[in-house]
Write a new protein. Structure first.
Length: 341
């Protein structure tokens, strides 16, 4: 079975080809055109520019993803239908629907969050639910119990800024490049720095997250210490390191606490922020201590890509009791994670 994936929910235009094999899904291609250069001067994604860039690049990424194969050789098209930016989602959906109509191919609508969770199966098809997934990206910070393929229980989400969004906003404050996560990580690695005691928003009464208070603490720290003097590179590095540590401590503590409470032995950490080495190291250490297995997709599969969407589509076709033969899909910018099993 050959599945073409299409992902255009935010600022990556991506298409991928996945083959279903007896051992699980196999990536044939996973092409990502990043719009980073277009949005970097605005320190964030400009929705109108994002949809225009998707329109310009979508045929190119699909052509490359097909890798010499013809469109009529594929069995189905899996496309992200939300959550995300409406104009951006519509580009992917329209292209997927056109392929569906003209070549009579099944369309598989995929939730972007579900795509991030399923990214783990591209390299670790042996992992079986139940497990706890932390989806931590620019738009989301969610704790989901994956009871089975297509059966989810959301136990916590962000009440304000997503973790990646907080990275991007702090980077903007420090006049670093967009996206902020990789920049903050790079500067945090330079050993010559000091530790600032930023608050950890643990909120032990809930599994929800809130990073806007931490972001504000960084804003106040900069205002109180640098309104009358220039920040030196060591100050910038120290703020990056201390902020990153506060985010990592919070994500790890809450996720491990949830896994223990719900008696789940496996944790999957995915989404753009999961590319952060400090987060990965701290999770592995905590997992060892608590005897929990921690899994991450490789770094290139953490950030947005169509491979994860095609992978979710593959499991949806394989495991769903419903026969997917629809030629109509709808986008929803606020799409919730729903069960299909
Ligand atoms: O999953 P993703 O590509 O897009 C969304 O679904 O939002 O995640 C992008 C987010 C950005 O906020 C970016 O700053 C963050 O992931 N990110 C990182 C790192 N790489 C990307 N955050 C921390 N450390 C990183 N190495
Ligand atoms: Zn994403």
């Amino acid at each position: 079975m050959l599945i073409l994936g299409i992902e255009t929910s935010c600022d990556e235009t991506s298409s991928a080809l996945i083959e279903g094999t007896s051992k699980g899904p196999k990536i044939i291609s996973n092409i990502v055109f990043s719009q980073e250069k277009i949005h970097s001067k605005y320190f964030g994604v400009v929705p109108e520019f994002a949809s225009r860039a998707h329109l310009e690049k979508i045929n190119w990424v699909i052509e490359k993803a097909l890798n010499g194969k013809k469109l009529n050789q594929i069995d189905a098209v899996a496309v992200t239908v939300g959550p995300g930016l409406t104009g951006s989602l519509l580009v992917g959906k329209t292209v997927a629907q056109t392929i569906g109509y003209t070549l009579n191919k099944a369309l598989i609508p995929v939730n972007h969050i579900e795509g991030h969770i399923f990214s783990i199966f591209l390299e670790n098809p042996e992992i079986r639910p139940p497990f706890l997934a932390l989806v931590v990206s620019g738009g989301h910070t969610e704790l989901v119990i994956v009871e089975n393929f297509g059966k989810y229980k959301l136990i916590g989400k962000t009440r304000d800024d997503a973790a990646g969004e907080a990275f991007d906003k702090v980077a903007k404050l420090l006049k670093l490049k967009y996206p902020g996560g990789p920049e903050i990580e790079k500067l945090s690695k330079i050993k010559n720095r000091y530790l600032i005691n930023f608050p950890r928003p643990y909120m032990p009464q809930t599994f929800d997250f809130s990073f806007s208070g931490l972001k504000t603490a960084v804003v106040y720290y900069v205002r109180d210490n640098f309104s009358d003097k220039k920040m030196k590179p060591v100050d910038i590095r120290s703020i990056c390191y201390s902020f990153q540590k506060a985010v990592v401590d919070t994500l790890v503590w809450k996720t491990i606490t949830a896994a223990k409470k719900f008696n789940l032995k496996k944790i999957v950490v995915c989404g753009g922020v999961a590319a952060n080495m400090s987060l990965r190291e701290e999770f592995l250490q905590a997992g060892k201590k608590e005897k929990l297995d921690i899994y991450f997709p490789s770094k290139k599969l953490c950030t947005d890509n169509a491979g994860m969407i095609a992978c979710a589509g593959y499991y949806k076709i394989k495991n769903s009791k419903l026969k997917i033969k629809s030629l109509e899909v709808k986008v929803d910018p606020n799409l919730k994670l729903t069960n299909w099993l």
